[in-house]
Design a protein around this ligand. Structure first.
Ligand code: ADP
Length: 429
């Protein structure tokens, strides 16, 4: 600036002394005009750049403008670098939020939705475009939800049962995160709730099953202890009934243990080769023993194939099917066992012409303690666990259970094994 002033002054004085004062004034005027044009030119460059301020296109200039443009360039570069960094951080946060397996909704101070992730859309049936800016409480109208959102304490999650868009049990929690905003987190606990319900029902069922025999035995013991002198004839009368009840408890406990073993042992079974001919003979002997000559029992069809699997588990599953056929077939009825193999699949089936099962009960038969007729099952020594055991065993052998039944006509229970379970019989020695 000083140099420029000195130059202007020197130019004016020089022309004045070398010519006339007018020459001095004219020279200064020309010089000032030139300077003005110089600055206007650079100013125009600056203005043009400002309309598209891209760091890489900052113009270059002469003199003082060179310094101005260089400083500007450095400033813009630093700014765009930190902007890029911020954008990256923000993007990472948004991506993390989007990928979260839990639902996340960001709420403003009035509980209006600011942002939500895809899982929240799935949990609450919200729309990411339409619902942003709307009051959350107008969109989720569930009993208890309103009071939870309006409450001051959010330390405990709230359990929310959703019906729309689908039946879900959600654990939701509000987390205030700056002076005004809140995060609403939601976790799908439907499966957990279902498991807990099954567990609760199971404990209730077991207790119920044990209570009856225990009450009966307790009642007999009380009666006996109330008798002044133990009456041998009363004892003779009560003892078989007490033994019957204790046998019932024992069977129940054995079935429970069998189920628990199946549920807790590893999935992959040993590759034992099961001689189906021998197993069928054993099943036949057991069926005759249970029936005591009340039924016509026969082996219908026997393939020579063996099975890869667990002999003990298969015996238990097939034995349950045979025992059911005997127990649910009135005297004089017939029961047929068969073992067939068509090269693609092998099928073990038990057919009876007993009481049959109404169609609506069939899908639930393998549930623990599910019985069509509770009284009938108990009277013939059933625990309600037989088919649950069958289901587990066949699942462990990748087989499937097929049930065909008609009331008063009879039932056929078939266990169908895949080709890779079929084994060649060992050579006879
Ligand atoms: P349970 O010990 O009561 O027999 P299961 O689990 O073995 O229990 O069978 C469940 C229910 O399925 C039985 O209570 C009975 O109602 C029905 N069921 C099973 N097998 C037969 C069958 N062969 N004929 C008629 N009903 C059957």
């Amino acid at each position: 600036m000083l140099v420029w002033l000195a130059l202007t002054f020197a130019l004016g004085i020089g022309f004045w002394l070398g010519g006339s004062p007018l020459d001095g004034v004219l020279a200064v005027a020309v010089w000032l005009g030139f300077t003005l044009a110089f600055h206007l030119y650079h100013l125009a460059m600056l203005l043009r750049w400002l309309t598209h301020p891209v760091a890489e296109r900052v113009p270059d200039g002469f003199g003082v403008w060179h310094n101005v443009f260089m400083t500007l360039y450095r400033l813009v570069r630093t700014q765009s670098q930190s902007k890029r960094k911020l954008t990256n951080v923000l993007e990472r946060f948004i991506n993390a939020g989007e990928a979260m397996p839990d639902g996340v909704v960001v709420l403003d101070e009035f509980d209006r939705i600011e942002w939500l992730n895809p899982m929240a859309v799935e949990h609450f049936g919200l729309d990411r475009k339409r619902d942003v800016g709307n009051l959350l409480l107008n969109l989720i109208r569930q009993p208890g939800f309103h009071s939870y959102i309006k409450a001051d304490s959010f330390s405990q999650p709230h359990i929310l049962k959703m019906v729309q868009p689908r039946e879900l049990v959600l654990a939701i929690q509000l987390v205030p995160f700056d002076s005004t905003r809140k995060l609403l987190l939601s976790r799908d606990i439907t499966q957990l709730e279902r498991v807990q319900t099954v567990h609760r029902d199971f404990v209730a069922n077991v207790s119920h099953e044990l209570r009856t025999p225990l009450t009966v035995i307790g009642g007999f013991l009380e009666t006996l202890s109330d008798m002044p002198d133990s009456d041998p004839s009363a004892l003779r009368q009560f003892l078989p009934m007490m033994m019957e009840q204790s046998r019932r408890m024992q069977t129940l406990v054995e079935d429970l243990l069998a189920l628990s073993r199946l549920e807790n042992s590893p999935k992959v079974l040993g590759t034992e080769k099961v001689n189906m001919g021998e197993l069928l003979d054993t099943l036949m002997v057991e069926a005759e023993g249970l029936s005591q000559g009340r039924h016509h029992i026969r082996l219908d069809q026997v393939s020579g194939s063996w099975l890869w699997g667990s002999a003990q588990e298969l015996h238990s599953a097939f034995g349950n099917l045979v025992s059911n056929a005997v127990r649910y077939t009135p005297d004089g009825g017939s029961i047929r066992l068969s073992w067939a193999d068509d090269g693609e699949k092998a099928t073990f089936s038990v057919r009876d012409d007993g009481i049959g099962i109404p169609r609506e009960h069939i899908p639930r038969l393998t549930e623990r303690f599910y019985r069509v007729d509770r009284g009938r099952s108990r009277n013939n020594g059933g625990t309600g666990l037989g088919l649950a055991i069958v289901k587990h065993v066949i699942a462990r052998h990748q087989a499937r259970l097929e049930i065909v039944s008609e009331p008063d006509k009879g039932s056929t229970f078939s266990v169908v094994f895949n080709r890779d379970r079929i084994a060649e019989p060992d050579a006879k020695v």
